[in-house]
Each structure stands twice: as C-alpha cells, then as structure tokens.
Write a protein that binds this ligand. Structure first.
Ligand code: PEP
Ligand code: MN
Length: 341
C-alpha cells in the first residue's frame, strides 16, 4: 500500500498515519520527495482497505501496491487462464459457445433443445433449473428436477452443463449436477455465496451485476479466487442505462478493458443484454470481434411458448448459422491476443 500525503499536510498528520500503520502490526516507510511525501506500507499479507487511510487528515489517497485484485489481475501479456471443458479449451484463442434455453421447462423441451444445440456446433449447454425472476409470480424453474433433466441431456449429447445457483442453499446441489456453476447478475454481490463458490471444485461463470463496474466484477471474482478456486469465467450481460431501445445496454468496451486488466476468460451474453432475437447475432459477432473468449446464447425450439425470455431466444437454425459465423470471426480477430501485448 502506498499512502500519498496531501501537499501542506503536517508532521502530526504523518505521525498519525505512521501510528495507524504500526498499530496494524505493519511497517511504515516514509519517502520524502521534493514535491510529495509518500508512506510505503510493508508487511501485509492481504490488500489493505484504502478507506481506512483516506479518511485521515492530510492523506490525499491510498493505493494498494499489488492492486485491489491481486489474484484476478493480469501479471504479464502472456498470462491467460485456460479452462478445459468438455474436451475443448476456454481462453487462448477461438470462441467457446454456451447455448440453451433460458430455463429448463420440461424434459421434452430441454432434450429437444440440447440436440439442436449440439448439432449447431456449440460447446456447452446452458439452462436454468433455478431461475432468479424479477417477479415472484413468474416461473421459478423446476429446481432439482431441472438439474436431473440437464444431467440426462449431458448423457445424451456429451455437452457439458452450465446452470445457475441462485443462493447459498442451491450452490452445492447445483455443483453436484453441473460442469460449470453460474452465478448471475443479481448474485454477483452475494459475497457469502462467492466465498462458498470459491470452495467448490467446479468452474464458476460469474455474470456482471447490472450496476457493477469493472472493478466491482473483478473484486467479486477475487472472492472466489481467494478461497482457492482458480477457475473463474467472467461474463458481460448488459448494464442499466437510460437507453430504452434494448433490455439492457451491452457494454462491449469492457471486453478489451477486462482482457487488459485480468487473465480470466471473458464471455458476453448478448441475449439478456439486448432482449430481442434479431439483435443477438450482430452483438455476438461484435463481442467475438472485440476479443471475447466466448458467448452465452439463449435458444428455444418454440420461443412463442417459452416460459421465460422467449423474445430473445434464437431459433435452433439461427444458432447453427451464428456459431459457424462466430468461428470465422474468431479466426480473423487477431487483435484478441495482440491487444494486451
Ligand atoms: C441467465 O443467464 O439465465 C440469467 C438469469 O442471466 P443474468 O443473471 O445475466 O440476468
Ligand atoms: Mn433468460
């Protein structure tokens, strides 16, 4: 931690800062420059909270030395986490496609969709068994029965399963059945759940909260990493802005920003971000061109009868067309690996 003193701060201010640092069992080193005084703190094993120093008189700002998210931070251009899933690799080039319905509605619906997802050339099957709905009156998912249906779809198609846990209670249950545990936008700030997810032995698919900054997202990832789970996938899924032409605003510029800031794979979900079927393919293409390692897409064989998010679901034939195009785009998007060099 570096504590930068204000111009005009007094000797008492400096002594107060040094005293606080020593009181924490750490060592303050005062660096007296011609224009500025900086206190370097050594001895800490975890990042300190800048807030505890920034509230002191005479302190301009406090900067964590290893950064606020030392485990999620990219350490070098070549530093990239790769995650093996279903015989494919996430990260390091190419595009990993997760596709499936918003929710598992029935065995017939899910198995039918799973086979179409497989035929389309996608790499993993998504589908919610537990659904975090804005209204308590809307379909909440089939729960455990949904997880069993997903496991059956994996048996039939060989596709790994990505499905969401909606709270601490469902976390272990979901982890038992899924290959990847999704933590959704609404739970991105559920820190107790993130800690528990960090003790699982499964990759965690962490979606950006709809009002979360890049730093908020990486700090949430840090919670998982800090418990020992180093398999975290990040996903941009749209944020809330004043725009009303789409369901959320897809913040695509977070893709290169994340690739620069972190070694973790970056996904984009254009389905929830746009909310409209016809906008999904263009934004998926843009995401891959911008450097995303993968996309998450909703698809339904009969969207008009879907129990949730039918308006944004691709038809299976559209998915097949899109997957092929995304592979082509990934092959020519060379800056995806060059951007951080
Ligand atoms: C989902 O992917 O099913 C979902 C609920 O997404 P989000 O958490 O991004 O709203
Ligand atoms: Mn959905």
């Amino acid at each position: 931690m570096l504590i930068v003193m204000k111009k005009g701060s007094t000797r008492e201010d400096l002594a107060r800062v040094a005293g606080l640092v020593e009181g924490m069992g750490l060592t303050p080193h005062v660096l007296q420059g011609s224009a500025q005084t900086i206190v370097e703190v050594t001895g800490q094993t975890a990042p300190l909270d800048p807030g505890s120093f920034e509230s002191l008189p005479g302190v301009a700002r406090a900067v964590p030395a290893g950064g606020a998210f030392p485990l999620a931070a990219r350490q070098s251009p070549a530093h990239e986490t790769r995650i093996a899933l279903g015989g494919r690799t996430i990260g390091g080039g190419g595009v990993f496609v997760m596709a499936g319905p918003c929710a598992v509605e029935s065995e017939e619906q899910l198995l039918r969709t799973a086979h179409r997802v497989k035929e389309a050339g996608a790499d993993a099957l998504r589908g919610g068994a537990f659904k975090p709905r804005s209204s308590p009156y809307h379909f909440q998912g089939l729960g455990l029965e949904g997880l069993r249906i997903l496991a059956r779809a994996r048996e039939e198609t060989g596709l790994p399963i990505v499905t969401e846990a909606v709270g601490e209670a469902s976390l272990e249950l979901v982890a038992e059945h899924a290959d990847v545990v999704q933590i959704g936008a609404r739970n991105m700030r559920n820190y107790e759940m993130l800690k528990r997810a960090g003790r699982l032995k499964k990759p965690i698919f962490l979606k950006r909260g709809m009002s979360a900054t890049l730093e908020d997202l990486l700090l949430s990832a840090e919670y998982v990493l800090n418990e020992g789970n180093d398999q975290v996938l990040l996903c941009e899924r749209g944020i809330r802005t004043f725009s009303q032409h789409s369901r959320f605003t897809l913040d695509l510029s977070i893709v290169p920003a994340l690739r620069e800031a972190t070694h973790l794979p970056v996904f984009v979900d254009p389905s929830h971000a746009t909310g409209y079927r016809d906008r999904v393919a263009p934004m998926a293409a843009a995401a891959v061109a911008a450097g995303a390692d993968g996309v998450m897409l909703e698809v339904h064989p009969a969207p008009e009868s879907s129990l949730s998010d039918g308006r944004q679901a691709l038809l299976p034939a559209q998915l097949a067309d899109l997957v092929a195009r995304l592979r082509d785009i990934a092959a020519i998007a060379r800056h995806r690996t060059e951007a951080v060099r």
